[in-house]
Ligand binder design. Structure first.
Ligand SMILES: Nc1ncnc2c1ncn2[C@@H]1O[C@H](COP(=O)(O)OP(=O)(O)OP(=O)(O)O)[C@@H](O)[C@H]1O
Length: 289
């Protein structure tokens, strides 16, 4: 489904963010990416939808070769690859429902999505998506008025409304308290199991990765140093990924924040808009009204 073949990412300043990555992620897997700050987790995830362009090798999602230079191909890819971020990236001043409808942009002519004119079928999909994450009663609230956990659920519902094959989640629970983090990961897990959507999730806490993922990929210095089923990711294996024993905070989110620093630059507004609104100008999209 997602296939990295000898993929490198070299940033414009010459820094090698990913080095010779070869791996395959199958349709319907729930994969956690772990590793120290700066290991390359965000770079790996963002390469999949072209937010970070890879500079060598081949990266494919399904039948599509990710081509960061081909904007129209990229938009089409992003319509099938939803992305959620640590900071939710909802539009705070508009309603929850309208935020979720943004996920329908790929199915709506550009001029109509620009004025927020979505058809009844789109609204039905949006309501179903909100129901799936348990916040349908918030549909007409302003997104900014919701709690962090609810806002992340809005982001998940928006991605679901895209009808994605893959959900990429770049530290989706890093801003949430431990119980809320578990609820949000539980939603993602249910979505993956019920709908067969592939989930690739960056996480800072080993206990969350172990509790929710089928498979763990451990990264260090831009390389994959562990890749296996979750049950094989023992403490000693993970200590090897980190090259030292883990602290209690790194193992369990309940022990504290556990973050060790900042990662890739925040994406620009336009990158985010593109990543979440996907293929709104593709010629083969369907008008659903
Ligand atoms: N735009 C950029 N230009 C140059 N180097 C970058 C850029 N973005 C990231 N890097 C570097 O690439 C490396 C990998 O960063 P990345 O954010 O992918 O790591 P991470 O494992 O996700 O870290 P964190 O857990 O802190 O988010 C880091 O050393 C980082 O400083």
């Amino acid at each position: 489904m997602i296939k990295f073949e000898n993929v490198d990412v070299v940033y414009p300043n010459g820094y090698k963010g990913l080095s010779d990555i070869s791996l395959e992620i199958n349709q319907g897997e729930f994969v956690a990416i772990i590793g120290l700050s700066g290991a390359g987790k965000s770079t790996l995830i963002r390469a999949v939808n072209g937010l970070v362009p890879y500079t060598n090798g081949t990266l494919t999602v399904g039948e599509t070769v990710v081509d960061p230079k081909n904007k129209s191909k990229l938009r089409k890819l992003r319509s099938k690859v939803g992305m959620i971020f640590q900071q939710f990236n909802n539009v705070g001043r508009i309603s929850v429902l309208n935020n979720v409808l943004i996920g329908r942009s790929a199915f709506t002519p550009t001029w109509r999505s620009l004025i927020g004119w979505y058809g009844s079928q789109d609204k039905e999909v949006a309501f179903q998506s909100l129901e799936r994450v348990g916040i349908v009663e918030k549909a007409y609230n302003r997104a900014a008025a919701l709690s962090g956990g609810q806002q992340q659920r809005v982001a998940i519902a928006r991605v679901l409304a895209q009808d994605p094959e893959v959900i990429l989640a770049d530290e989706p629970v890093a801003s949430l308290d431990p119980p809320t983090a578990r609820k949000v990961l539980g939603d993602l897990r249910t979505i993956q199991r019920d709908l067969g959507i592939t989930c690739v999730v960056n996480m800072h806490h080993l206990d969350l990765a172990r509790d929710y993922a089928d498979r763990i990929i451990g990264m260090r210095n831009g390389e994959v140093v562990f890749d296996g089923p979750t049950q094989d990711a023992t403490d000693s294996v993970i200590a090897d990924v980190y090259q030292r024993p883990l602290s209690a905070e790194e193992i369990s989110q309940a022990q504290g924040d556990g973050r060790l620093g900042a990662g890739v630059e925040n994406p620009t507004e336009s990158d985010l808009t593109e990543a979440v609104t996907a293929a709104s100008s593709d010629s083969d999209r369907k008008d659903t009204v």
